[in-house]
Design a protein around this ligand. Sequence first.
Ligand code: SF4
Length: 444
Amino acid sequence: MSAKAPTIGVVSLGCPKALVDSERIITRLRSEGYQLSGSYEGADLVVVNTCGFLDSAKAESLDAIGEAIAENGKVIVTGCLGKEESLIRAAHPKVLEITGPHQYEAVVSAVHTHLPQLHDPKIDLVPEGGYRLTPRHYAYLKISEGCNNRCSFCIIPSIRGDLVSRPANAVLKEAEQLVKAGVKELLVISQDTSAYGVDVKYAESKWKDRTVRAKFYDLCKELGELGAWVRLHYVYPYPHVDEVVGLMAEGKVLPYLDIPFQHASPNVLKAMRRPANQDKVLDRIKKWRGICPDLTIRSSFIVGFPGETQDDFETLLDFIEEAEIDRAGVFKYENVDGAPSRDLPDHVDQDDVDERYDRFMEVQTTLAHARGQAMIGKTVDAICDGWDEDAEAYAFRTKADAPEIDGVVYVECDDEIAEGAITKLEIVGGEGHELVGVLAAARP
Ligand code: SF4
């Protein structure tokens, strides 16, 4: 016999915008299997969407909250009056949670906390960990949408808008479900991961028996408690990243930072509308390596940006050597439709772009080769990505290698090794991004 589906009631006050908010909340909860009730007694929990436009509307909203508490007892408040949390708490201290206007995800997350969904594998089309396009053992975890930066080559902010961070507890809940569903590695992504929470002023949300701020460090710390590898992508070198590097040194998150530097020459960075103080960046990287000597830094760069001179390009090559960028991806500049960089003067000849790209690749290959050789003889933790038909060997990745973009360690082995198995490997050979290892346990 299946348990009764959790049922919510919604009281919607105020203007049409508030009504649309209520509809969105209901749509989302219905899609997750919640039932709706038109009465207080038929609901397990009531959401009151309030209005705070006029004093009379505030009074009406406070009355509605009071009625819902008296009739049902479990009440979550959202909407315009949610901005005045202290007013609501003073009148109705029993309210479970309060969120402001247009915070659908925060409301849905509060409902999940106080009235958990049922997961019935026989009727639910979506598995507990959700549908994913990645293999079972790793998953991308998106923590925000949009971006507050305005890099001149990029059209993402014009398409996706400014940064909108997910509540910390919504991210953590998804991460926990993924881990429960067998995920061994969480790949944290967004457009600007280290800016997480800036838009919501680092809002706190309830997670288990504590509150967690929507802040880069706090989120990483909690993710580090879930028992999976946590890999951070699209981080910018802001000062507060230092403390996250401390978590890497403690082994809570992987000692890996994917930082899209894009360039190193101040002239080009300025034209790209990106921070242009490379001395500070080098100091910061040195500091990080002092905190966490195992740190791997991956980055991506653009060559041939409008106005890039040969000197600028040489500055870039010097930077990847001096900063000891461990993994570097390079792209040729493209005139993307709608990007402000199209209108910049001094576009670089395609022949020069191609030549710079080739030179970058040469330098990068030499550096990668040296790094690969330095790995030989080391014993490292690695995760199995499964059997590789072409190599006729198991493909593993070390903590220094993200899936799809970094290196691989091939292991020939007659025993079956499960995808996602994490084990110690001794690196015994190979070149550049393709190394050869043996199971350390198999060595005498
Ligand atoms: S390149 Fe990245 S940081 Fe810059 S505007 Fe685009 S999304 Fe934001």
